[in-house]
Design a protein around this ligand. Structure first.
Ligand SMILES: [Zn+2]
Length: 246
């Protein structure tokens, strides 16, 4: 009986150790670009295409107003949005396509849930997510991606190190423009319009039915009216924390 108690105690202790390892804090890295040397300043607009469809309100506004953007696409989104990809490819001066993973699975190498999405859960699964995202871009004939942004934009520090070893920089942000596309149009417009020289904005281009998309367009036009210019990550000097770019 005593032996059994001791055994149970050992199990409890190892379970506690396991759950504390799983609770290791995730990081949500920031990214800034070097401020503009002159003029009203510049910002980098990054838009995630996680899955689902294309918000043509945003895509059309970018083309009409010649606003460059870095689009983080998943393998899933690429498969279902050939028409939008064609428009982006027809405007290579505006659009840079980068890696948002093969299946939109958070780049976290321990099993857990982030915003209700199950993490990759192991180092191998993180690698598969990153590499399958790059392969999907290669299949569409795009240049090899240089930047990666994982689903939910949260990472375990060990996953960051792994992704860097694969040769990708990791794209954080400094302004959460649309709150995961769940904010209203007014609040989204306000957040984006408040961007300052050197900011990196994140918003979504895959939720055509959400009010946030309308706010993305309004916010971008407000920035443009102020004389702010837009650069893609490829054309900017981006610096992130948590070892994401250096
Ligand atoms: Zn996403």
């Amino acid at each position: 009986m005593r032996l059994l108690q001791r055994h149970l105690c050992m199990i409890a202790m190892s379970l506690a150790a396991l759950s504390s390892a799983q609770a290791a804090p995730l990081v949500e890295p920031t990214l800034h670009i070097k401020p503009a040397a002159s003029g009203a300043g510049h910002v980098a607009l990054t838009l995630d295409a996680c899955g689902g469809q294309t918000d043509t309100r945003i895509l059309s506004a970018l083309v009409e107003n010649k606003i460059p953007a870095t689009i983080f696409v998943t393998g899933i989104w690429l498969k279902r949005n050939a028409a939008a990809v064609e428009i982006m490819r027809a405007h290579r001066d505006l659009f840079e396509l980068e890696n948002h993973g093969g299946r939109h699975i958070p780049a976290v190498d321990t099993p857990r849930k982030i915003y209700g999405i199950r993490s990759a859960g192991s180092p191998d699964a993180v690698l598969a997510e990153v590499e399958s995202g790059a392969a999907a871009l290669a299949r569409t004939g795009e240049p090899a991606p240089k930047w990666f942004r994982g689903a939910t934009a949260e990472y375990s520090p060990s996953a960051i190190a792994m992704i860097r070893k694969l040769g990708f920089k990791i794209a954080g942000f400094s302004i959460n423009g649309d709150g995961g596309s769940l904010l209203g149009a007014k609040e989204t417009a306000k957040r984006i319009a408040a961007a300052k020289d050197g900011d990196v904005i994140i918003a979504h281009i895959n939720q055509p039915t959400h009010a946030a998309g309308e706010g993305v367009v309004q916010g971008l036009l407000a920035l443009k009216d102020k004389g702010m210019t837009f650069v893609r990550l490829d054309d900017a000097d981006g610096t992130g924390n948590h070892g994401t770019t250096d």
